[in-house]
Design a binder for this molecule. Structure first.
Ligand code: ADP
Ligand code: ZN
Length: 608
């Protein structure tokens, strides 16, 4: 395999600047590109938003022949191709959404050498006709997007991906690049084996997403907290709210709409047409909140999702990281926010117990849930713990998670734990958290009186704390497995054997300090970009956004395909006055400058 001449790398750099409007390569982009240009295979693991696409787009444009991109989702393909066409890149796709005529045109262009990039689905690629067509085409490279789909271990398994090693057999001289944002070691090994990438160079970037601020709370009611979060931090932004069930999705959508936000539902129970419609509105309009089950997400390539909120616990840290990773792909400040409650823990454990998966699998899942709860209840830097989970060490606390920003206080809670445990024990280990809380706070409830539990010594002994605070204590004790919620008996609480030493006063318990339900003065998310908007520039920013939306609507494309927020923000603060001034603004290449430069300059001129 040869080395790449500096002139070739120079033209890659030139394309980055002229076509994409970016000044420098990021992370491993330069090395991956050099590797492909040298004719070598590569495997590239980068987090979502890391910039994987450029790693194959640029070499395909530099090299002779066409770069063939295997992409699992038609919607994603279409988006990428429209974005590339906006940039003036010769790209197209072949898939079942096209008419025969359209397909013939693409094939013709392909054979005439008129394309730099061709996107195809794996099913299409594997057909004899397609492979023959490629045999007659001048090929630059193959890129296998979302390469983790080859893995049976993961949740996005696609059978056709396992046949992709055919590419290597039929076209041994064409370099291949596999890219994915799924990090774990097992998936990685499977990709290498299944795709026959043993000789590929490996590029593995840090999985840290420094622009995402993590926050997890179990305080107060989920809705109230969510509303508070949305109003203080994301009054007009678009984002995703994840819920566990379809009903809750519908419920929260209705509630947010009543409160005046534009919210749309997405779950597997909805008609495919409606789902499609809601998804494209989410991409095309601004400020939309998508309320969804985890059915929503893969392949939704919207860079300006400003927040991902969870109203329930996800299944595992992996799911949490993948779902929150959909925020802030453009590198600007974004929030990953979660509220969870005792019922989540109980429900998840119940599903696990009831599922007919193998015992071993259940145990793994159970551990995963515990790891996630550990993340929720921890009192030190969440990012350190998250990255640690993926075998990556972060030396210092991050300074951009809730625990770093507002260090939670802990308190010695042995006495409270003993009260809770004994209330459970004395009432017969069969009542749920609400009942136990009422006993502790001494509520004169019908049921309690009927059961004679108002005569227990522990009745009313916990008056110093509110009901909400007791719920938090119980939850923390459940998370630590001192208490077990039994789904077979309406989530009645019972003691685990590990509770004994606590009751006997042999070990101390420290819990998170119980805070007042609503948390005020949350700080604004800090931005990771150099240009921040001065208060006086807000009107211009809004005008630029309005113009962008107008242009996008006219072409039926999402606004971010025209310019990213980052580009508009820089325009609003730098206020370029002529076409030359636009050169210093990120995300404006030649094609976009010609197409939109003047329109936006006109808007700016009105404000200067
Ligand atoms: P991924 O596929 O890894 O999730 P993308 O390829 O979609 O990420 O890139 C994420 C965003 O970062 C895109 O909007 C892209 O235009 C932008 N980007 C990529 N490379 C660079 C770069 N070198 N400089 C600035 N922005 C970049
Ligand atoms: Zn932190």
């Amino acid at each position: 395999m040869g080395k790449v001449s500096s002139a070739t790398m120079q033209s890659a750099q030139q394309l980055l600047c002229d076509v994409f409007g970016y000044a420098d390569f990021r992370l491993h982009q330069r090395d991956v590109i050099a590797c492909l240009l040298a004719g070598q295979d590569a495997l590239c693991l980068m987090p979502t938003g890391g910039g994987k696409s450029l790693c194959y787009q640029i070499p395909a444009m530099v090299m002779d022949g066409v770069g063939v991109i295997i992409s699992p989702l038609i919607a994603l393909m279409q988006d990428q191709v429209s974005a590339l066409k906006q940039l003036g890149v010769r790209a197209d796709f072949l898939n079942s959404s096209q008419t025969q005529d359209q397909q013939d045109q693409v094939k013709h262009a392909l054979l005439q050498g008129q394309l730099d990039l061709l996107y195809v689905s794996p099913e299409r690629l594997m057909t004899g006709a397609m492979l023959d067509l490629l045999g007659r085409t001048n090929l630059a490279l193959f890129a296998i997007d979302e390469a983790h789909c080859v893995s049976q271990w993961g949740h996005d398994f696609r059978k056709e991906y396992q046949q992709l090693s055919v590419l290597h057999q039929r076209f041994p001289d064409t370099p291949r690049l596999a890219v994915t944002a799924t990090a774990d070691a097992r998936t990685r090994t499977e990709i290498i084996t299944e795709l026959d990438l043993h000789n590929a160079r490996r590029f593995i970037a840090s999985f840290d997403r420094p622009n995402i601020r993590y926050a997890i709370t179990d305080e107060g009611s989920g809705r109230e907290q969510l509303w508070n979060f949305l109003q203080t931090e994301h009054a007009t932004d678009s984002g995703i709210v994840y819920c566990l069930s379809r009903n809750k999705v519908e419920d929260i959508t209705r509630w947010l709409s009543q409160k005046g936000r534009v919210a749309l539902p997405y779950h597997a129970g909805l008609d495919a047409k409606i789902r499609q419609h809601n998804q494209s509105r989410f991409l095309r309009d601004e400020g939309i909140i998508m309320v969804a089950t985890i059915a929503f997400g893969m392949g939704v390539d919207k860079p300006d999702v400003r927040f991902v909120a969870h109203l329930n616990l996800p299944k595992s840290i992996e799911s949490y990281y993948q779902e929150t990773g959909r925020a802030g792909r453009d590198g600007e400040a974004a929030n990953a926010w979660m509220h969870y409650g005792i019922n989540d823990v109980v429900m998840q454990r119940k599903w696990l117990e009831q599922s007919d998966a193998a015992e071993h699998h259940k145990q793994v899942q159970c551990q995963k849930l515990d790891a996630l709860l550990g993340l929720c209840e921890m009192t030190t830097c969440r990012r350190q713990s998250l990255l640690g989970y993926f075998d990556e060490a972060l030396r210092e606390p991050c300074g951009n998670c809730d625990n770093c920003l507002h260090p939670p206080k802990t308190f010695e809670a042995t006495h409270q734990a003993q009260l809770a445990l004994s209330a459970i024990y004395r009432t017969g280990q069969r009542f749920g958290a609400v009942y136990i809380t009422e006993v502790l706070t001494g509520k004169q409830d019908q049921r309690i009186l009927a059961n004679g539990h108002d005569h227990l010594q522990v009745f009313g002994m916990g008056k110093d704390h509110t009901a909400l605070q007791w719920r938090s204590i119980l939850r923390q004790l459940i998370a630590r497995n001192l208490i077990v919620a039994d789904p077979e008996r309406h989530n009645g609480l019972r003691l685990d054997t590990s509770a004994r030493p606590v009751l006997r006063g042999e070990i101390q318990i420290f819990l998170r300090t119980l805070k007042k339900p609503s948390r005020k003065n949350s700080t604004k998310a800090t931005t990771s970009i150099p240009v921040d908007l001065a208060p006086g520039d807000e009107a211009l920013w809004n005008a630029l956004k309005a113009k962008r939306l107008e242009l996008a609507k006219a072409q039926s494309i999402p606004p971010y395909i025209i310019f990213h927020d980052k580009t508009l923000r820089q325009m609003a603060s730098d206020k370029p006055l002529c076409a030359d001034d636009l050169d210093s603004i990120t995300g404006i290449g030649q094609s976009k400058r010609e197409r939109y430069g003047q329109v936006f300059l006109d808007v700016i001129a009105r404000f200067v």
